[in-house]
Design a protein around this ligand. Structure first.
Ligand code: OAD
Length: 233
């Protein structure tokens, strides 16, 4: 691809695994310890807001203590050094892309954010949220983590689809490709004529959808891939 081409990169939990943040579907992952329908749906939040808050409070504390790894730093370098546009779309709700100096579209929201379900006001989440918190704007007791739950529509989809329609290269890093709409991005990119590459610890069920593959831990394969793209030593 010529160096002016747009690159779209989709990232998932595998990117932050080596920063000490657990993935969802690997052995012993978050969805082996918690039921999605208890902690990650609007219905769960209506039923038991304190349980849902406790789940995200724990993850917020962990994410705040984590540091970006070599893969986050390599992606930040690519975004800075590539002559064309590099759009990072993340399913991760940690802030590790930003901590590495990159900009990312948070399609599944962010642990650092709080949202009022009554008036849509957004603010910085305190480390610990509870079901009794009041919205600072409208005082409704309906404050929630600014996280997209199962059954809700991910953020900034129109913008993401627009980028996919114009990209020359699409990469999916550390994601199992089990959750739509993100799992469908590779097809959108292919329709736009992009070359597609999967970077993952192991071949996944959706590997067949990609032209190219790099297999190994993100902290090794992502810096190597970025160096190859940018011609850095
Ligand atoms: P998953 O837990 O489904 O998949 C993690 C992927 O990362 C797997 O394909 C692993 O092989 C890979 N992986 C693990 N360690 C790695 C490493 N060190 N280097 C490279 N790859 C590694 O996580 P996601 O695909 O991100 O949504 O999950 C997608 C969405 O499902 C999440 O955003 C979340 C979850 O339910 C919501 O909560 C709405």
């Amino acid at each position: 691809m010529d160096q002016s081409g747009k690159i779209v990169i989709l990232t998932g939990a595998g990117l932050s695994a080596e920063s000490g943040l657990g993935t969802f579907r690997d052995e012993g992952g978050l969805w082996a310890q918690h039921r999605i329908e208890d902690v990650a749906t609007p219905e769960a939040f209506q039923r038991n807001p304190d349980l849902v808050h406790a789940f995200y409070n724990a993850r917020r504390v962990q994410a705040a203590a984590a540091s970006p790894n070599a893969a986050h730093h390599a992606l930040a370098r690519l975004q800075r050094d590539w002559p064309g546009e590099v759009v990072i779309v993340t399913q991760n709700v940690d802030g590790l892309h930003e901590a590495a100096g990159a900009e990312a579209i948070h399609m599944h929201g962010a642990l650092a954010g709080a949202l009022c379900a009554a008036c849509d006001h957004r603010w910085t989440a305190p480390p610990e949220m509870t079901g009794g918190d009041l919205c600072p704007a409208c005082a409704a007791p309906q404050t929630r983590p600014d996280i997209v739950w199962f059954g809700e529509i991910p953020y900034r989809m129109e913008e993401i689809i627009g980028h996919l329609g114009q990209c020359g290269l699409f990469a999916a890093i550390g994601t199992s490709g089990q959750v739509y709409p993100a799992a469908g991005f590779v097809e959108e990119a292919r329709l736009a004529g992009a070359r597609t590459i999967e970077l993952n610890l192991a071949r996944s069920d959706v590997s067949g959808a990609f032209d190219d593959h790099l297999t190994g831990p993100a902290t090794e394969i992502v810096p190597a891939w970025v160096a190859r793209l940018t011609g850095a030593p």
